[in-house]
Design a binder for this molecule. Structure first.
Ligand SMILES: [Zn+2]
Length: 209
């Protein structure tokens, strides 16, 4: 073999070894495929403030309060920085747990909405919904991790509300924007509780270890 041939052979060998040694399809810190299918939660944090929700409070309608504005039981919690007025506009909103975005869009009643599906076990799910957002950073189909910023606090459609986060936790696979009324008739309190969870109570019972 000539010197040139040796060099070519060596180059080929190096190229082959190199491709063979690459890890199979791993990118950054993304979990491998078998984990992506069942990306189980590792606990729940609060959607605003620090991971314990400090600095924020439910000062608007609480879970299952009667809302005269919407003529129904309120299926979630309204989170605010107490005393801030609209000062919490633009504050970050975080995914409460690992999950998959199943809706990210606009609704005439709620404004910008994000709905995330979370796997507690491979067969048990809960859904978190974030409404009245000023901005949405994630799209349908995206995997998100706990504490990932997914959008910002806003005022709802046409600045209808004082800035706050309307936050829901659902134990049923309801459509995004679902509201506990049928043909204008509000569901009973117990029927709402069949489909929605008390957000803070659930988060407090399921904190990350
Ligand atoms: Zn609300």
């Amino acid at each position: 073999m000539t010197r040139k041939c040796w060099l070519l052979a060596l180059g080929l060998l190096i190229a082959l070894l190199h491709t063979g040694c690459l890890p199979p399809g791993r990118l950054g810190s993304e979990p491998p495929d078998h984990e992506r299918e069942l990306w189980l939660v590792d606990g729940f944090d609060f959607p605003v403030g620090d991971r314990n929700g400090r600095g924020w409070a439910v000062t608007g309608y609480d879970f299952l309060d009667w809302s005269s504005y919407s003529n129904s039981y309120h299926p979630g919690e309204d989170w605010n920085i107490p005393g801030a007025g609209n000062g919490d506009q633009g504050e970050p909103v975080y995914a409460v747990a690992h999950g998959e975005v199943v809706f990210s869009g606009w609704n005439t009643a709620l404004g910008n909405v994000i709905l995330i599906k979370h796997a507690i076990t491979p067969t048990d799910f809960v859904w978190s919904q974030y409404a009245h957002l000023a901005e949405r950073y994630v799209d349908r189909g995206e995997r998100v991790y706990r504490r990932q910023p997914i959008g910002t606090v806003g005022r709802g459609p046409n600045n209808t509300f004082a800035a706050h986060l309307h936050f829901e936790l659902r134990k049923a696979d309801l459509p995004a924007n679902a509201w506990p009324r049928t043909n204008g008739v509000p569901w009973s309190r117990s029927k709402v509780a069949d489909f929605w969870l008390h957000p803070s109570a659930f988060i407090n019972l399921n904190r990350p270890q």
